[in-house]
Design a protein around this ligand. Structure first.
Ligand code: HEC
Ligand code: HEC
Length: 182
């Protein structure tokens, strides 16, 4: 028992230290931000979230690391991405066959949608996100994938994954006008 505790004590300490360093590591911070992940990787989809629409490649200080990508499929199903190597890089590895039209969404740490494309404007041919979301944008993309509602698309999506937080509904303000107008 005593020996076991001793071993555990010795093993967990270096483990914790190395984990701590690994997470915020300079080496890990920069990893091909803004480049097309799928040129080098075989996972299903990947991209970078930036704070700035016109961020340059490799600009890890411009990356929005506290945010995530999710795809809201036409069916309503949500596909969540994972942290990739490097700040702001996100990836998904899964069944591509299940993906058709979708709305890519950017969510904050609480899961609130902060930015998205036009509704269902993306499809399975658009999984290499940074291919179009370049510094100045290709194929009609406005530039980088960003963590703010750059094209004012949030209001156009009728079926957001997270409930729209609204003040309590009041009869006078919300219901009566509807009755009056119909
Ligand atoms: C130019 C080629 C290239 C590009 C582009 C690239 N990577 Fe990598 N990636 C690598 C190499 C090589 C490694 C292994 C060595 C390292 O960690 O740098 C790696 C490692 C990783 C790892 C660690 C696990 C593993 O598979 O080894 C993840 C996760 C990752 N990359 C995600 C991404 C994401 C997400 C993107 C796009 C935003 C991306 N990469 C873009 C070349 C690339
Ligand atoms: C073939 C080009 C192309 C690819 C690949 C692509 N997009 Fe887009 N994206 C666009 C275009 C064009 C727009 C602007 C029109 C619209 O909203 O559909 C856009 C808009 C967006 C927006 C809102 C504006 C912005 O820049 O933040 C987000 C978010 C977005 N895309 C995320 C993604 C994600 C995530 C992926 C990968 C799963 C992706 N896109 C792949 C072309 C592309």
């Amino acid at each position: 028992m005593k020996i076991k505790q001793l071993i555990l004590g010795f093993c967990t300490l270096p483990l914790l230290i190395s984990c701590g360093i690994g997470e915020g590591d300079e080496f890990q911070a920069r990893h091909n931000q803004g480049k097309n992940c799928l040129e080098c990787h075989a996972f299903t989809s990947g991209g970078t979230i930036f704070k700035n629409l016109n961020a340059a490649n490799y600009a890890e200080t411009e990356a929005a690391d506290a945010y995530n990508i999710q795809l809201r499929l036409e069916s309503g199903k949500i596909i969540h991405y994972h942290k990739g190597n490097g700040y702001g890089n996100r990836l998904y590895n899964g069944d591509e066959g299940a993906i058709n039209s979708f709305t890519p969404q950017i969510v904050d740490a609480q899961g609130n949608v902060v930015n998205q494309s036009r509704q269902n404007s993306h499809n399975v041919g658009r999984l290499a996100c940074n291919r179009c979301h370049t510094q100045n944008g290709l194929n009609g993309a406005p530039g980088r994938i960003v963590n703010y509602d750059v094209n004012h698309n949030l209001a156009t999506q009728t079926n957001l994954s997270t409930p729209i937080t609204k003040n309590n509904i009041s009869f006078a303000q919300d219901i009566h006008p509807i009755l009056k107008n119909n």
